[in-house]
Design a protein. Structure first.
Length: 129
């Protein structure tokens, strides 16, 4: 699945990750990978379901929360996105992308002060961003 994703073959990658899940449904990483492909295909609700499954299998992985937050953001479900970005930050306080994306979602909700704080922290962590 990863190879087909890198080769820009998302439909084949989706099939591959689905098969991998059929063989081993206890691997959060595989659900996360399939979620990323679903997100790329703009199948955001399905992506949320896969990221949720990944989180249920490993609720300590900040990346899974961040990725689900991004799918929520794509669905314009900004409150849920903020909650997931916040959890990602709790698990990985040095994750600049989570601050940046939480800032975006906050801005969309008109929470400008919070957005500025998150953008500032993101730049502190990653000045080249």
């Amino acid at each position: 699945g990863t190879l087909n994703e890198k080769l820009n073959e998302p439909d084949q990658a989706l099939q591959d990750f689905t098969r991998a899940i059929e063989l081993d449904g206890a691997n959060g990483s595989t659900f996360n990978s399939r979620g990323l492909v679903l997100d790329q295909l703009q199948r955001f609700e399905e992506a949320v379901a896969d990221f949720t499954q990944a989180i249920q299998l490993d609720g300590t992985n900040a990346v899974y929360f961040h990725n689900r937050g991004f799918s929520y953001r794509n669905l314009h479900r900004y409150n849920e996105a903020i909650a997931d970005y916040t959890r990602a930050i709790e698990l990985n306080p040095d994750g600049a992308a989570a601050y940046n994306n939480r800032g975006f979602a906050s801005r969309k909700l008109g929470l400008y002060l919070l957005a500025i704080q998150d953008y500032t922290r993101s730049l502190e962590l990653n000045p080249s961003n």
